[in-house]
Design a protein around this ligand. Structure first.
Ligand SMILES: NC(=O)c1ccc[n+]([C@@H]2O[C@H](COP(=O)([O-])OP(=O)(O)OC[C@H]3O[C@@H](n4cnc5c(N)ncnc54)[C@H](OP(=O)(O)O)[C@@H]3O)[C@@H](O)[C@H]2O)c1
Length: 310
């Protein structure tokens, strides 16, 4: 099968399209024919090994000290089950699925991926394309986890900083449509209309205005790109309100492994959020896709087409 492999850390062109062995499912695994995966800023950081100093040692040990140990990136995917192991009961051949590969060493940048049936895997929401379904996984779960921590109540004022990114675009929609909040989105001028269209009642252009200097206060301030000084952001939080930071507050709770993915599926089916797709690149153009995401200005998500997007 074709897969994008990297054998050293570095710029986008360390990613190489190669022929590698097609995996076959173990007894409790399914073999997924991948139709779509994504490029996230996290993929780019793993490729280039650009991590904060405090995470350097852990990341080096996990990803590989001298060179990448997990050679195929791609943290989220959607596709169709092509084969099942003999003990699989929850899925059958032909099922359309979406999945996270975050806990199994990645691997979305490939034509096929095996996952255990009780891993982070669920039937794809029918109304979504494979690209949309893949893109909903990481950014959707992260936005939901963070907002849940703040126990947002209907009518509360929620400010999302970095409202145009993968996490931010989902956070704006979920804050409004799931929690019933009145949302202010902070983004640059080019993204004001997008963020309004996602349901923000108010928008602030961060290149022209400092949201903490406008005399407005919020029940929740969520920095969804971790790019605004925390102490300063807290100044815009009402007494008794909550400050959230995507780097600090997005950790998954331990529990039923794919409960979160099933919840995302329900929210997607109920129209509570829909991932924003900025660009789609074929797998062969993964280097161009990484170059684009490296710039840090994507709007929502960048999808990689591996098969048919449906
Ligand atoms: N996506 C995931 O699945 C996921 C999961 C867990 C954690 N995270 C973490 O969450 C953070 C955000 O991830 P992401 O995927 O949402 O990022 P992203 O999509 O790559 O963020 C890009 C967006 O951030 C905006 N932006 C850039 N600099 C900004 C600034 N100084 N102020 C406000 N907005 C700015 C850009 O808008 P402009 O072009 O207008 O500047 C662009 O739309 C990352 O640190 C990531 O590691 C992400």
């Amino acid at each position: 099968m074709k897969a994008v492999v990297y054998t050293k850390y570095g710029p986008p062109d360390v990613l190489q399209l190669q022929d590698v062995a097609k995996p076959s499912p173990q007894a409790r695994e399914v073999l997924i024919k991948v139709h779509a995966t994504t490029v996230t800023i996290g993929d780019c950081r793993m490729r280039s090994f650009t991590v904060p100093p405090e995470q350097w040692l852990f990341a080096r040990l996990y990803l590989g000290v001298w060179k990448p140990r997990r050679k195929i990136l791609g943290m989220e995917l959607a596709g169709v089950i092509e084969a099942v192991g003999r003990e699989v009961t929850r899925f059958k051949v032909g099922d359309p699925v979406f999945a996270s590969t975050f806990e199994v060493g990645f691997g979305g940048y490939a034509e096929y991926k095996c996952l255990t049936e009780d891993g982070l895997l669920a039937i794809k929401p029918a109304a979504l394309s494979y690209g949309e379904a893949a893109a909903a996984v990481g950014g959707g779960a992260t936005a939901l986890r963070c907002l849940r921590r703040a126990n947002v109540q209907p009518g509360q004022k929620v400010l999302i900083y970095g409202a145009s990114g993968a996490v931010g675009t989902n956070a704006v929609q979920l804050a409004r449509n799931l929690f019933g909040a009145e949302v202010t989105g902070v983004c640059s001028a080019a993204n004001l209309d997008l963020v309004r269209s996602l349901g923000a009642a108010d928008v602030v252009d961060y290149t022209r205005h400092d949201f903490t200097a406008q005399g407005r206060f919020y029940d929740v301030v969520f920095d969804a790109v971790a790019k605004f000084p925390a102490a300063q952001a807290r100044q815009a939080v009402q007494p008794g309100g909550v400050y959230l930071n995507v780097h600090r507050d997005a950790h998954a709770k331990r529990g039923v492994p794919n409960q979160e993915l099933l919840e995302l599926k329900e929210l997607l089916e109920a129209g509570k959020f829909k991932p924003v797709i900025d660009r789609v690149y074929p797998l062969e153009q993964i280097v161009a896709a990484h170059r684009y995401v490296d710039q840090g200005h994507k709007k929502g998500n960048v999808v990689i087409r591996v098969g048919s997007l449906g």
